[in-house]
Design a protein around this ligand. Structure first.
Ligand code: SAH
Length: 394
């Protein structure tokens, strides 16, 4: 193998030996030869013993490991990785399922491919690359996708413009790298959603809430449900499906409200049980006294970095306190945080404080996380980002 070598400082090999896929710049003792951003490098300890192969990048995370084995990173490497990700989704009933054709095919570190997200929308794969190394392999990745899906694959859309590090000299532009298809009707547990990856947030749809939406549908019969931060109305459709007698969706974005209404119409002939409001969540929650049996709180990540963590926790606390105060006695709150920097413990403590402030009796019924197509690499706890609680409020 002819990859430039990167030697780690003594003692800095420990995390790699425990299969953590990131090497921070401070761990590097020496880089042998010339390395460009995105190049593959071979990582050794300071006694020249092989540790891993990864993509080099300028920044705090200097190397993202893609192999702990000493092997050639060629076309078949990419195909094997993507086939293995696909097989997991197939084995657990997400792929090749007539009631479901939307899932995350590759969840970065969770699938051993740091820097790469691939979401599959009924024939279209949407890519989001977070590293230069992944970006430079786009052709290999598309080729592997073609091999996995064959005729089923109608298009591949690259949506890395905002996720590729802005300091790199690559100018990533969103666009099709194979075929064209700008919108699709997808099925999640038989529910229909129109997804537009070109205009939508992230890759177009929050796939990670699939199982939590299903859980909501099981609690919704004859209930009045409020879905706050609704986006495409995923939770609202599930609540309607589950037999809710009233569903209200709130999102500050008018576009999100339009999407929600469209998705409700796609699934239900009579939409009179549903109403959507383009208003601020905090404002809306002010005057809903005991109107709802179930409230869903699925806000955007309030904290994207550690330095804003305490502000973010304040935000979660305020939001949860409002909902706990206002939900009907005997009601449920499905509350979430998708901030990676907010730990499970921190989130739970925040909901605890919010509950204590209201003085109401609160019990935790479920502790929720991300579904199997967003697997958590056990050696990389950072891949666990979605946390949720279902609480019962007396
Ligand atoms: N629950 C959704 C995903 C939510 S994404 C799903 O299952 O798909 C977060 C949403 O919160 C976005 O649509 C965004 O427009 C909305 N949002 C952000 N700030 C808001 C605020 N202050 N009030 C209401 N909605 C807000």
């Amino acid at each position: 193998m002819n990859y430039p070598k990167v030697i780690l400082k003594s003692g800095k090999d420990q995390s790699v030996r425990r299969y953590h896929p990131w090497i921070f710049s401070g761990a590097i003792k020496k880089i042998m030869g010339h390395v460009n951003e995105g190049d593959l490098v071979l990582v050794t300890d300071n006694k020249d013993e092989f540790l891993a192969i990864g993509h080099y990048q300028i920044g705090s995370i200097a190397i993202r490991i893609i192999s702990f084995e000493e092997k050639e990173i060629d076309k078949s490497f990419w195909t094997e990785k993507i086939v293995s990700a696909y097989n997991l989704r197939k084995e657990f009933g997400l792929a090749e399922n007539e009631n479901n054709n939307v899932y995350r095919l590759v969840h970065a570190e969770g699938d051993g491919l740091p820097g790469l997200i691939i979401d599959y929308y009924n024939g279209t794969a949407v890519l989001q690359m977070h590293s230069i190394g992944m970006y430079l392999n786009i052709e290999n990745i598309v080729q592997a996708l073609k091999e996995v899906y064959g005729e089923q694959l109608t298009a591949v859309y690259d949506k890395s413009e905002s996720t590729i590090p802005f300091k790199s000299d690559i100018e990533a532009k969103n666009g099709y790298v194979y075929g064209v298809s700008n919108e699709k009707l997808v099925l999640e547990y038989g529910n229909k959603f129109r997804v537009n990856w070109e205009e939508g947030q992230k890759t177009g749809f929050f796939i990670d809430q699939r199982e939590n939406r299903k859980l909501l549908s099981e609690y919704s019969k004859d209930k009045a449900v409020l879905n706050v931060f609704g986006y495409t109305g995923g939770f609202s459709v599930s609540a309607m499906q589950g037999g809710a007698n009233l569903v209200h969706t709130v999102d500050s974005s008018k576009k999100a409200i339009d999407l929600t209404n469209e998705n409700i119409e796609l699934n239900f002939e009579d939409t009179s049980r549903h109403e959507a409001y383009a208003v601020d969540a905090f404002e809306f929650l002010n005057d809903i006294d005991h109107k709802y049996d179930i409230i869903i709180l699925d806000p955007p990540a309030f904290a994207k970095h550690h330095n804003v963590l305490s502000n973010a926790l304040q935000g979660y606390k305020r939001l949860n306190a409002k909902a706990i105060e206002k939900v009907r006695p005997g009601g449920l709150i499905f509350t979430f945080s998708c901030s990676q920097v907010v730990s499970k413990d921190n989130f739970r403590k925040t909901v605890f404080t919010a509950a204590a402030n209201t003085g109401r009796n609160v019990r935790i019924l479920h502790q929720l996380s991300q579904p199997i197509d967003h697997p958590i690499n056990i050696y990389h706890p950072e891949s666990e980002y979605l946390k949720g609680l279902v609480i019962y409020v007396e």
